[in-house]
Every structure is written in structure tokens, then in C-alpha cells.
Design a protein around this ligand. Structure first.
Ligand code: FES
Ligand SMILES: [Fe+2]
Length: 345
């Protein structure tokens, strides 16, 4: 069988790009960590006494995994023979027994890290700087969003039973909203809106056209401290695997669909980050809104998952589909970006 286009380019995309992985508030304390699975490896980002470190979660001794949870607060300590890592150094248990080897060279296998605004990105072998990858408009927007965010309120993760390209393209087009999200997203009555393209990234701005819903959303404004958010629904695509979306800027939902080694499965993670309240006393008032946003988000992704499961990986290629709606513009743009990598790999 021919190798799928998405399999051919996945490696290059994973290795060559910066990928958003956390908001600083999730890593605020010593030993706070988050873990991501990508293809056949893992990435852990941890706060090591105030410094953020990203590494492959494998003990440099004989490769036991340090962390098994998605996130939490835990020291980097291997349960097998007790090696640990702190203040940038690997501590070897019973170091004197390591003779005839260069034990002083024992290190974690680290990845590159960059923070923009308060959003943490990691990379393996980036083909460009993070700023260049994002471009000035999206970089500035992320600085604003990162500064508005309070902390993580929901962490939602499970394997999407479809190829990463299928999951992403679904999230890139609003054409499916009326049929797939009838009782959730479709109730906002989102307008056609407009797409803006910045290199390989893109933003969809769409007005909430249900006047009653829009009025209710506007009325929440005074409870939040937000810097010029878009008054409607906004979704930023950070090529190749991630997106950040928001309604009226009261919370930001960040998703990634990382490739797995199985083309009928991808690693989906979605987190919800409410923004800061204008006054601390409003936290309680807005907490039920945050809970219901998290619930609706979960339902929306479940709806997406159910339909994406029906699409085999071989339905995707880097060529444009034969028939495309104007609502599938971002999808065409995504395929063109992927096609470039298909050529060069
Ligand atoms: S494998 Fe980790 S200490 Fe041996
Ligand atoms: Fe959807």
C-alpha cells in the first residue's frame, strides 16, 4: 500500500516546528509539570526550581519513564534505581559504582523551549525562530492572550480515533457546525466571518449572530479583565497541530492534535483557560460560567470525534479536495502548507 501523505510529512512537522504546550500558570510552582505524547515519544515540561525544562521523560540510565500522569506536581525521580534531576543536574544513585564509564556526562535528553507572552512552546529541531514561525500579528495576539489568562480550569485528553490531518481539518472548517454541533456551537449562530492568513497560520473571526446570546455574552464583560478581545468567536490556527479559540475572550481553549504512530489515531488534548476577573470577588459569580463552558467544550469535541472516526486516513492527501465550499478556505490553506513539506521531504 502506498505510504499516506500524512505519514510522510508528520515526522518533519513534529521535528521542525515550535508547538504550544502550556500556559505559564500551569507550571507556576517548583515541580509542576505537563506531559504530552507525540508519535512514539513523550515531552515533559517541568518547573525545576523556577527554570522550565522540556525533556523526553526517559531516565538517562536505562530508559524508565519518570512521569506517567498527564500533569501534576512531582519531582523528577526514577523509581527503578533512584536517579533524580534537580537544579539542572542528574543525580546518580550510588555513583561510585559507575566505573569505566563517563558517568559525569549523564544528562536528560532535553528539547528546546521558548515562551511568548505566557505561552510555552517546545521544539526539537526548529526550522526557524518561534517569532518568525508565528509572524508579528499572531505573536502580538498571543502575548495579549497569554497575559489575559488566569489559569487552567479544564484538562481534557483522549485519543481521537482518526488521523491527525482529519481531526485538524475538521477543526479548520465551520461548514460542519450546523449538522454536527446542532445543540452546542450552532446555537451561537456564527456568521460566515472572515479568515486572515499569516504564513502557515490563520485566524477565523466570526460574529455571534444570535442577538440574545450575544447580549448575554456582552453582559459578562464587566466581570473580566480583558484586553480588547474580539467580540465574537475567534479561532487561531498555529500550524501544524494546534489551535486556540475563544468566545468574547472570556476564556481560551487550546487544542492540539499530535500525530501518533497509528494513522487511525491522534493524540488530542484540550485545555480551557478562563481569563482573569476584573475583581477577585467576581470569581465566584463566573465559576458556573467557566464550568458550563468546559462542559460544552467537552461535548463539542466529542461531537467532532464521533464524525472524525468515520473518516479513514486515506481520505486525506495534500492535494485540494475535488469539491470545496468557500467555508473550507482554511482547509485548502492547510493542505497547501502540507504540500510544501510533502515536496521537500
Ligand atoms: S532506569 Fe532510571 S535509575 Fe535506572
Ligand atoms: Fe467541530
Amino acid at each position: 500500500m502506498a505510504v499516506l501523505d500524512s505519514v510522510k510529512i508528520a515526522d518533519d512537522l513534529v521535528r521542525s516546528y515550535w508547538h504550544p504546550i502550556a500556559h505559564m500558570s500551569e507550571l507556576a510552582n517548583d515541580r509542576d509539570f505537563v506531559l504530552f505524547e507525540i508519535q512514539d515519544f513523550e515531552v515533559v515540561v517541568i518547573n525545576d526550581k523556577g527554570n522550565l525544562v522540556a525533556f523526553d521523560n526517559l531516565c538517562p540510565h536505562r530508559g524508565a519513564r519518570f512521569f506517567t500522569e498527564d500533569y501534576g506536581n512531582q519531582m523528577v525521580k526514577c523509581l527503578y534505581h533512584g536517579w533524580s534531576y534537580t537544579r539542572g543536574k542528574v543525580n546518580v544513585a550510588g555513583i561510585k559504582t559507575f566505573q569505566g564509564c563517563d558517568i559525569a556526562s549523564a544528562r536528560l535528553n532535553e528539547f528546546k523551549l521558548e515562551v511568548i507572552g505566557e505561552l510555552v512552546f517546545f521544539a526539537i529541531k526548529p526550522h526557524t525562530t518561534l517569532n518568525e514561525q508565528l509572524g508579528p500579528v499572531i505573536s502580538d495576539l498571543l502575548v495579549r492572550i497569554g497575559g489575559d489568562i488566569d489559569s487552567r480550569a479544564d484538562f481534557n485528553r483522549y485519543p481521537f480515533e482518526c488521523d491527525w490531518t482529519i481531526a485538524l481539518e475538521n477543526a479548520l472548517e465551520p461548514y460542519h457546525i450546523p449538522l454536527i454541533h446542532t445543540n452546542t456551537l450552532a446555537t451561537l449562530n456564527l456568521g460566515v466571518g472572515q479568515n486572515e492568513f499569516y504564513g502557515e497560520n490563520s485566524i477565523w473571526y466570526s460574529p455571534v449572530e444570535d442577538e440574545k446570546v450575544a447580549k448575554r455574552l456582552r453582559s459578562l464583560n464587566r466581570f473580566y479583565s480583558v484586553t480588547e478581545p474580539y467580540q465574537g468567536y475567534m479561532s487561531i490556527f498555529i500550524f501544524p497541530f494546534s489551535m486556540i479559540s475563544s468566545t468574547y475572550g472570556y476564556s481560551y481553549s487550546m487544542q492540539s492534535f499530535f500525530p501518533s504512530s497509528d494513522s487511525q489515531s491522534s493524540f488530542f488534548t484540550s485545555r480551557l483557560y478562563p481569563v482573569k476577573n476584573s475583581e477577585p470577588k467576581y470569581k465566584e459569580i463566573t465559576s458556573s460560567f467557566v464550568t458550563s463552558s468546559a462542559q460544552i467544550n467537552r461535548q463539542v469535541f466529542d461531537e467532532d470525534h464521533q464524525i472524525c472516526k468515520r473518516i479513514p486516513a486515506k481520505s486525506w492527501s495534500t492535494s485540494a479536495p475535488k469539491f470545496t465550499s468557500t467555508l473550507e478556505q482554511k482547509l485548502l490553506h492547510f493542505r497547501r502548507s502540507c504540500a510544501e513539506w510533502n515536496k521537500s521531504s
